[in-house]
Design a protein around this ligand. Structure first.
Ligand SMILES: [Zn+2]
Length: 202
């Protein structure tokens, strides 16, 4: 796992049941992601957690020309990570990256996110020697999909974590189509057991 990193995409209250833009069953990813986080942290592999981090006024929102209800506004409880997500933020290899802070920007992919206000995710990954990213979170057919496709486009290997993601499915088969698209673009699909076994094999 020397060149591996975990990317936890947007596991925030507004994307979980009860939130402003809830993904059906979205909170079901939390216990699974906690297992992935534990496995990566134990091996000293970096863990990146992205968050949607919008200003109150953004062209991303329906009220200002976009398509989405207001969600994940900086500093609100809706923008906080799900309370059961066990993200050891004091661990040296756990990094939060934020996206959508520009009021002109939509920002779906974690590759649009930055560490602080400065370092783009791709650069932060390369600084740590990462070659292969494992991506799970919310939602399969939006931000997870975009993150996986961007990872591949930027020269990383990418594995979609099927058991750690849930989709919005505005159309009934959007998640299936997103997974097919990721695979066609070169992504692998795996579950926790497979990742743990491949980690041991390294
Ligand atoms: Zn957003």
């Amino acid at each position: 796992m020397a060149h591996d990193a975990l990317i936890v995409v947007d596991v925030q209250n507004d994307f979980c049941p009860g939130g402003a833009l809830a993904v059906p069953d979205g909170d079901a990813v939390v216990p699974v992601l906690n297992e992935y986080i534990r496995a990566f942290v134990e091996r000293g592999a970096p863990v990146f957690a992205s968050r949607d981090w919008h200003p109150r006024v953004s062209r991303h929102f329906r009220d200002y020309g976009g398509i989405w209800p207001i969600h994940c506004v900086q500093g609100t409880s809706g923008a906080e990570f799900h309370p059961h997500l066990q993200l050891p933020v004091n661990a040296p290899h756990v990094v939060i990256v934020s996206k959508g802070a520009d009021p002109e920007e939509d920002a779906y992919s974690a590759f649009q996110a930055k560490v602080g206000d400065r370092v783009p995710l791709a650069e932060a990954l390369r600084e740590r020697g990462v070659e292969h990213v494992f991506v799970g979170g919310l939602a399969t057919d939006y931000c997870v999909r975009s993150t996986v496709l961007d990872a591949l486009a930027q020269g990383f290997r990418a594995t979609f974590l099927a058991d750690a993601s849930r989709g919005v499915n505005l159309q009934p088969h959007d998640s299936e189509r997103a997974i097919e698209e990721m695979v066609r673009a070169g992504a692998d699909v795996a579950t926790l057991r497979q990742v743990e076994e491949s980690g041991r094999a390294h």
